[in-house]
Design a protein. Structure first.
Ligand code: SER
Length: 318
């Protein structure tokens, strides 16, 4: 039996909802402590292993949970996303930055390993738009992006200064079918599936030609664990790898869905805040560093992801 004792923050979010059962399957239910600021009643994993109510803005509470469960690995998912952040930048900073500082400080003495998800949002208008390189300039214009670049740097610093093993990925839009994303610019790519099945039409808040990279949840889960288990000797970057699987615009995703639901229609009502964020981000990422350093190799492309999403959601919705 593995000696990993894992804490997941933000366990009720889009990724946490699926990462908790995935890690419990791998390491055993008692080895994975889910945590969140509140309990969502619809969350299925609450009764299937340890759960702690945890507010990451309270440093003492994090240390208490780490001590109580003998935690040695943290998947730190708690974070506000890009669109929500523009509504309240100060709260985003409190959760995304001060929350990360609290996690890193609590992890120092017990030397916990940490997984820190960053984002394509670290890139701003000055970075190359197409196949944005791993080491391109990171000068974001959203507060979410600013918090993620700062987070990446802080994680690097804690590795250098205190020897903490901190690894992370820059996620593009995440497409999934268990929990909805909350307040991101890429949320359209999930909402469009629900709308196609429920209403047969969708009103998109991004322009039809806004290209952003996406990945499907099974690849998110596998990639995170693969990176955390990778031989450190092979890692040049450790923290903040570009990862990507699907490069797509709303119009292209619509056309793919229409192959399965011919009567599906779309129209566009642009949200200027989210459009400005999308315009400042890369059209696509170069993830060759992840592919060569720890063999990132996503399984789903646009066609297979769309088929699987429709398959799962049509059973859930009807
Ligand atoms: N999905 C995120 C967002 O749209 C990007 O990391 O905010």
């Amino acid at each position: 039996m593995s000696k990993k004792k894992i804490l997941i923050t933000g366990a009720m979010g889009q990724i946490g909802t699926e990462l908790v059962p995935y890690l419990r399957e791998l390491y055993g239910p008692d080895h994975v402590v889910a945590s969140g600021r509140r309990i969502k009643p619809e969350c299925s994993f609450i009764d299937q292993g340890p759960f702690e109510l945890l507010d990451i803005t309270k440093p003492g509470d994090i240390s208490a949970v780490i001590r109580k469960h003998g935690i040695n690995t943290i998947y730190h998912l708690a974070s506000l996303l890009s669109a929500t952040g523009e509504e309240d930048p100060q709260t985003l900073w409190e959760i995304n930055m001060n929350g990360l500082v609290n996690i890193l400080e609590a992890a120092r003495e017990p030397q916990c390993s940490i997984f820190f998800p960053s984002s394509i949002a670290v890139f701003g208008p000055d970075a190359p738009k197409v196949k944005t390189p791993q080491d391109a300039l990171t000068r974001p214009t959203s507060i979410y992006g600013v918090s993620k670049v700062s987070g990446e740097l802080l994680c690097d610093y804690y590795h250098l200064k205190y020897g903490l093993d901190i690894r992370g990925l820059r996620y593009p839009g995440v497409i999934s079918n268990a929990a909805l994303p909350g307040g991101g610019t890429t949320d359209y790519a999930v909402h469009i599936f629900y709308a196609a099945l429920r209403e047969g039409r969708y009103t998109c808040f991004l322009k039809e030609d806004s290209s952003i990279d996406m990945i499907y949840m099974p690849d998110v889960l596998e990639g995170a664990v693969q990176l955390m288990n990778a031989d450190p000797a092979g890692l040049v970057h450790r923290n903040a790898f570009n990862v990507s699987a699907i490069t797509v615009t709303p119009a292209e995703l619509y056309r793919e869905l229409k192959k399965h639901i011919p009567e599906f229609t779309i129209n566009y009502e642009i949200d200027p805040v989210r459009q400005a964020i999308a315009d400042s981000w890369p059209d696509s990422l170069d993830d060759s560093a992840a592919r060569s350093e720890w063999k990132w190799n996503p399984k789903y492309n646009l066609e297979t992801m769309t088929r699987d999403m429709l398959d799962v959601l049509s059973k859930k919705i009807r």
